[in-house]
Write a protein that binds this ligand. Structure first.
Ligand SMILES: Nc1nc2c(c(=O)[nH]1)N[C@H]1C(S)=C(S)[C@@H](COP(=O)(O)O)O[C@H]1N2
Ligand SMILES: [Mo]
Length: 348
């Protein structure tokens, strides 16, 4: 029988995604050897409920609240006619890596058991939120911009919404309507979403319907219950390699990976092939943008057959690095410890 409703609209083939209830995680081997951006066909999806199909002709974005002098309603055509900006930025779920609290630290937490694939980097095009706020006459007393999605209400908490402090809203946030040169796909927020560089994915509200500018600190379930005190994303690293890959002893491999931090540039990456006994410096290649990731590669000739543990550890320009063990977060957020990536080395 044909499925009439799906939590996610785009195809989720097993070689690109790991499925989790209503969400889909990118397999890191799906990035192997690819360029800077994550193609849409493998970009992770995190939905609280399911992807709504929104008609751009009837869609409206409302900008209002006591923090603006002239409330405004925009339609799709008027948004697309405004001054644009293009940015390359990561969106990462703050629960990315959550399953390692259990598998590495033996201290499980509730929530989607993401590996490291709840991140993607895309080229986003849209209107700077600062432009919209200034057009609407943002007041000096403005405190938060509460962004609200048009997807179905989540449990009994109402529509997904989250306050964004005005300082960040005026800095580098985009109201994006294009992803990798195409109109936003339904799963990623069509017709428009916020893109909040460096911050936890929840800030980047999809299917944007409403921007409410407050003059006092706003409280929603998404900053008081969930994602409380969560803003900038910590340092992480991943190999572009399948979990439990099989490698042949004596062969030469180029191991590729990426490291990222919401705080700034990655200034150092180290890789271990022996579970952290010795460390090697990979070569960084190409550009590395703040709010996105750095790519690196390193040669390895595995000698001894048997199980091996690969590790990658990055440091960003603020000096933040990846510990071997990270303090438990009760909801499984911000897992930034070095991930132990198992591979099997076999005789030729
Ligand atoms: N309206 C709305 N916006 C949302 C969500 C949602 O469920 N509804 N999920 C958030 C979370 S938790 C994350 S991590 C990102 C995921 O973005 P993506 O699905 O485009 O990868 O969207 C955020 N924006
Ligand atoms: Mo998320």
């Amino acid at each position: 029988m044909k499925q009439v409703t799906a939590a996610i609209v785009k195809p989720l083939p097993d070689h690109l995604f790991i499925r989790h209830d209503g969400s889909a995680e990118m397999r890191w081997e799906a990035m192997a050897g690819l360029g800077y951006h994550t193609p849409i066909d493998r970009f992770f999806v995190r939905n609280h409920t399911s992807t709504p199909l929104i008609d751009a002709h009837t869609w409206r974005l409302r900008l209002h609240g006591p923090g603006v002098r002239c409330p405004a309603v925009y339609d799709y055509a008027s948004l697309r006619a405004m001054p644009t900006r293009t940015i390359d930025a990561a969106i990462e779920c703050t629960g990315n890596g959550r399953r390692f609290y259990e598998t590495q630290q033996h201290d499980p937490t509730p929530g989607t058991p993401w590996g490291l694939g709840a991140i993607g980097v895309a080229r986003w095009r849209g209107v700077p939120l600062a432009y919209l706020l200034r057009q609407a006459g943002i007041r000096p007393e403005a405190v938060d911009v509460v962004a609200r999605g048009l997807d179905a209400p989540f449990e009994d908490h109402g529509h997904v919404r989250r306050p964004l402090p005005v300082a960040k809203a005026l800095d580098d946030v985009l109201v994006a309507y294009e992803m990798n040169g195409r109109p936003l796909p339904p799963d990623h927020g069509f017709p428009a979403r916020l893109v909040v560089p460096g911050w936890a994915g929840i800030a980047s509200i999809k299917w944007l319907g409403d921007l409410d500018v407050t003059t006092s600190e706003a409280a929603t379930p998404w900053n008081t219950v969930f994602y409380r005190d969560i803003t900038v994303q910590p340092v992480k690293s991943a190999f572009e390699l399948a979990w439990d890959s099989t490698l042949v002893a004596g062969r030469s491999y180029v191991l590729r990976g990426r490291s990222w931090s919401g705080r700034g540039h990655i200034v150092n990456v180290e890789v271990s092939f022996d579970g952290g006994v010795t460390w090697h410096q990979p070569e960084q290649r190409g550009r590395h943008l703040v709010g996105a990731w750095a790519r690196w590669h390193v040669n390895w000739v595995p000698r001894r057959p048997g199980p091996h543990v690969l590790m990658a550890r990055a440091t960003d320009e603020t000096g933040a690095t990846q510990p071997l063990v990270t303090p438990r977060h009760p909801l499984g957020y911000d897992f930034d410890a070095v991930v132990r990536h198992p591979v099997q080395v076999v005789e030729w």
